[in-house]
Design a protein around this ligand. Structure first.
Ligand code: UD1
Length: 371
């Protein structure tokens, strides 16, 4: 029996791994092992996602927790090496671009275990982003590269990756979104969020905000400038801001008075509540990668507070616009959208809910060939 280890660690990994695990489980020839590195560990950053996405409990939890990049990567490598030596898998599957992704890839590569990278080829061309370093290294080490869009293939070819290793499969996040949207839209759930936030979803207009990139929240001046701009927007429309722990830590460190703003700050939400809120938002303001894609799929206007994106298709085809760190531009674009001037977009090719099925088929044939 062939063995596949999936490695997840941080919030954006969970919705990518869930459909792939499920699609591969159809082939009874494979034993699947799920490893959680513990990069994210809070109840609402990790466990709630396992439950809502129907992910099995991890077979192994490395429990590394939060620390500096070097320490976190090193701790994952040391613990994951033991797992790989014990299990001797035929394939290690890694997801996205977080520290857990690159750490597991380094371990597998040094033990000569083939690596599959789901969401390969994305590039922001900005090496000050930790994720860009993770993407570059992981893709150099991977043996099977699953890309979500054509730009991914082009980036990989330009970096000298052999064409036969690259498979354009589409976007696995959309597989999860399509599967769970009906649950997110469940009437009871909508009523519960409505009560929690004091708004009437589908009727009352609101803006949804998420910000956690170091470039936006670790720099105090930038963070306060963003908050001031959001307060301006909140004078016109309700603004809901689920706070990522990194952002909450930064603001708390500044003795920030959360109550004094017109912004509705809340704890991070689970997958289903957040999806429901995205679907009904008038506008989403974010610096996340995945949310740029989800809003494009949902055709909800998105303003991204970053100078670049590794997901350019959300701008060229989708509803996303980059506003950089220019707060005047953010305000102008936001008010423009609130006035009804929405950018229309379309859904990129292969973002059809079947990406994980394609991945499973490719893995079947690659591992079969090796027999
Ligand atoms: C990580 C990913 C980023 C992804 C984001 C999604 C890297 C380099 N970055 O960033 O790409 O967009 O996850 O959330 O891998 N913390 C908690 N509880 C938790 C997790 C984190 O309190 O469960 C706090 C800790 O103080 C920690 C900080 O948040 O120091 C940042 O966590 P970390 O995993 O280092 O990076 P993220 O900013 O979450």
């Amino acid at each position: 029996m062939k063995k596949i280890i999936h490695v997840v660690g941080a919030r954006p990994n969970f919705m990518k791994a869930a459909p792939v695990l499920d699609a591969i489980s159809k082939n009874k020839q494979f034993k699947q092992i799920l490893v959680h590195t513990g990069q994210h560990y809070d109840e609402n950053m990790s466990r709630v996602f396992f439950e809502e996405l129907g992910l099995p409990r991890p077979d192994v939890d490395l429990g590394v927790g939060s620390c500096s990049h070097a320490e976190q990567t090193a701790k994952i490598m040391m613990s994951f090496e033991d797992v790989v030596l014990k299990q001797r898998p035929d394939l290690v599957l890694v997801y996205g671009d977080v520290n857990s992704t690159v750490a597991a890839s380094l371990v597998a590569a040094k033990l000569n275990i083939p690596i599959g990278h789901v969401e390969a080829g994305l590039r922001s061309f900005d090496r000050t982003m930790p994720e860009e370093i993770n993407r570059l290294v992981t893709d150099q080490l991977a043996d099977i590269l699953f890309t979500p869009s054509k730009d991914g293939d082009e980036n990989l070819l330009r970096e000298g990756i052999a064409r036969e290793k690259i498979f354009l499969v589409g976007n696995v996040m959309i597989d999860t979104l399509k599967r769970l949207l009906p649950q997110a839209e469940d009437r009871q759930r909508l009523t519960a969020i409505k009560e929690k936030l004091g708004l009437s979803l589908g009727k009352e207009k609101y803006v949804l905000v998420t910000l956690h990139r170091p470039s936006n929240v670790d720099d105090t001046k930038m963070l306060l400038e963003i908050i001031r701009t959001l307060e301006n927007i909140a004078e016109q429309i309700k603004l809901i801001f689920p706070l990522h722990p990194r952002t909450r830590h930064r603001l708390t460190g500044l003795d920030f008075d959360f109550q004094a703003t017109g912004i509705t700050f809340i704890e991070p939400l689970g997958y289903l509540d957040f999806l429901a809120l995205q679907k009904h938002a008038t506008l989403v303001i974010t610096d996340s990668g995945g949310i740029q894609e989800e809003t494009t799929y949902l055709q909800v206007p998105c303003l991204t507070v970053r100078k670049n994106t590794e997901r350019p298709i959300t701008v060229t085809m989708g509803t996303n616009k980059l506003v950089g760190q220019d707060m005047e531009l953010l305000k102008r674009e936001a008010f423009n959208i609130l006035a009804g001037n929405k950018k229309s977009g379309s859904i990129p090719p292969l973002w059809d809910g079947r990406a994980s099925k394609r991945i499973a088929e490719i893995i079947n044939s690659v591992l079969e060939e090796e027999k």
